[in-house]
Design a protein around this ligand. Structure first.
Ligand SMILES: [Zn+2]
Length: 251
């Protein structure tokens, strides 16, 4: 039985983030040499997640250092603005920056976001939609904008969606039942928001890293094995169907 693999994704990363909280998480992950996928907002205009501002150059330098350690820089929306009340395909939140908007508008924002991150020296291949909201047009625009992975979804296993590797997100804190997860043989994304990660959450993560020694990978690192990961075997189809009705999420 191969060990379960995890992706640990942090949302709402920008030069305006809560740095104390960000650095507490960075220190913990570095202590165990565990990489995270950082969901960077190219042009953060969401006042609810602006806690101050550091120099862009300091922000970029820190991300570059983490990238050298094997962390992944992903793109989390464009401006993190609620443009519609469309829950999209997952219908989890009544808010979206993308779902419900015309394809060309979505593509423009994605392309501009990529350009901003390119100026920072990053070339993100993974997209993280704000509020877990995306629609068919988002998926088509992501392919055209050059993204290769979508971090979101309800399934138990990765899927291929319009050529993108779709990596489902089903954990919001440290997982339990590691033996079961190993048997299921999927890739499990844990979604964290640094600004709301409590001291208790950090302690739970510390225990998880220390006691379980989890195998943590990035989305980008899985692309070479996408064909195998998304293959809909009988076991995966049955388990996905069985589990779908039990999924309950919070955003
Ligand atoms: Zn967000």
């Amino acid at each position: 039985m191969s060990p379960a693999r995890f992706i640990i994704r942090w949302d709402d990363i920008s030069p305006y983030q809560n740095y104390d909280q960000f650095h507490r998480l960075v220190a913990l992950f570095r202590k165990y040499q565990i990489p995270a996928v950082l969901g960077v907002i190219p042009d953060n205009q969401d006042a609810s997640i602006k806690f101050g501002k550091v120099d862009d150059s300091a922000f970029i330098a820190e991300l570059k250092d983490l990238e050298k350690l094997g962390w992944e820089i992903a793109m989390h929306g464009y401006r993190h603005l609620k443009r519609t009340e469309d829950g999209g395909l997952l219908a989890l939140n009544q808010a979206s920056e993308f779902a419900g908007r015309p394809f060309q508008d979505q593509l423009f924002d994605m392309t501009d976001g990529k350009k901003i991150l390119a100026r920072y020296g990053f070339d993100p291949v993974t997209f993280i939609p704000p509020w877990h909201s995306f629609d068919e047009a988002t998926i088509a625009a992501l392919s055209q904008a050059g993204f290769r992975a979508l971090s979101d979804g309800w399934s138990l296993y990765p899927r291929s969606i319009n050529g993108l590797m779709q990596l489902p997100v089903i954990f919001w804190s440290v997982p339990h039942r590691m033996r079961l997860l190993s048997w299921l043989d999927g890739v499990y994304t844990i979604c964290l928001h640094p600004q709301s990660t409590s001291t208790a959450d950090l302690a739970a993560l510390d225990r998880f890293f220390r006691d379980e020694n989890p195998t943590v990978v990035t989305a980008a690192s899985l692309l070479p094995e996408m064909a195998r990961l998304v293959r809909p075997t009988l076991k995966r189809r049955l388990l996905d169907r069985l589990c779908a009705k039990y999924y309950r999420r919070r955003g």
